[in-house]
Design a protein around this ligand. Structure first.
Ligand code: MBD
Ligand code: FE
Length: 298
């Protein structure tokens, strides 16, 4: 059965391009690539042309998610699979593929209303190795694990799980978290490769399409330097440094210039073959700045 291989790229609407360029390059270590298009610039994390496309706009939210398949034949098979499942999609034209710097893609929407793209053939820059925006000891964990993970707005968890199952992801509930109001949150995590999860949802209602994007450093020291830099700038930290029970990554969650969160991490373990659940994290991840949709005691 055809399945997507990784969460490979993301697009965002952003209202403050200069703030984003400074944040991404000087604090996080991404490479800014501005090709003078005027309405967008790119963020690089490896030797791909880009991993993130930042579209200047009056909005500040996720614009689209890009899921990869192996090749043209796999994209055809995926189209048939979507047809069989009764999921509407559109085959994008060559100009749209060119715009995304891929060889071909389908465009659709997930049950939460998140614009979704399934593509093959990303543009890889063999003559333009990754050049970090600030000094780094190593790069980002990408490759077969994709760009990272994100928590999405999905009002209907069952519908979202069924949709992503059709794309080829698997997963389930991995935490039962007691909320201050006496309710229990049961976030749902899904994977399609060794990365423990590529998406998650079910943490409750959220204002934006995205709650957070998680990216992972290869070296612990780079996570520590980012922590020093964002603390020196007094950037809001929604969850302090801590270690998750599911992927066992050491991470913290900070505000982006768009008001959603960036989770930076290091040391995630590959996903386990069998489902488990937890009632909290190993240590840390305490609530600090509130109002970012992460006011949950992990
Ligand atoms: C994560 O990456 C996460 O964001 C949450 C809320 C729980 C476990 C792992
Ligand atoms: Fe996360």
């Amino acid at each position: 059965m055809t399945a997507v291989t990784e969460l490979a790229y993301l697009g965002f609407f952003i209202s403050d391009a200069e703030a984003w360029k400074d944040y991404a390059a000087n604090l996080i270590g991404m490479e800014v690539l501005d090709e003078g298009e005027g309405d967008r610039f790119y963020l690089r994390m490896d030797n791909w042309h880009h991993r993130l496309t930042m579209h200047t706009s009056d909005d500040d939210d996720l614009a689209y998610l890009g899921w990869r398949v192996a090749d043209a034949a796999a994209l055809d098979q995926m189209a048939r699979k979507l047809d069989d499942a009764g999921i509407e999609f559109r085959v994008a034209g060559s100009e749209e593929a060119e715009e995304r710097h891929v060889l071909g893609l389908l465009k659709l929407t997930d049950p939460g209303g998140n614009p979704t793209e399934i593509f093959y053939g990303p543009r890889v820059e063999t003559k333009m190795p990754f050049h970090p925006g600030r000094r780094m000891y190593g790069g980002f964990v990408t490759g077969s694990q994709g760009v990272g993970h994100c928590i999405l707005r999905e009002d209907d968890v069952d519908a979202a799980a069924a949709f992503y199952n059709t794309l080829g992801l698997s997963g389930g509930v991995e935490y039962k978290l007691k909320l201050p109001n006496g309710m229990v949150a049961q976030p749902y995590f899904m994977h399609c490769n060794d990365r423990q999860h590529s998406i998650a949802f079910g943490l409750g209602p959220q204002e934006k399409r995205i709650n957070h994007l998680m990216i992972e450093y290869q070296q612990l020291d780079d996570l520590g330097i980012t922590h020093d830099l964002i603390r020196a700038r007094e950037i809001d930290v929604a969850l302090t440094l801590g270690k998750h029970s599911n992927d066992q990554a050491l991470t913290f969650y900070m505000a982006t210039p768009s008001g959603w969160l960036l989770e930076t991490g290091w040391g995630a373990r590959p996903r386990l073959p069998q489902q488990e659940y937890y009632t909290g994290d190993i240590f840390g991840h305490h609530n600090e700045a509130s109002g970012y949709g992460m006011d949950v005691e992990l």
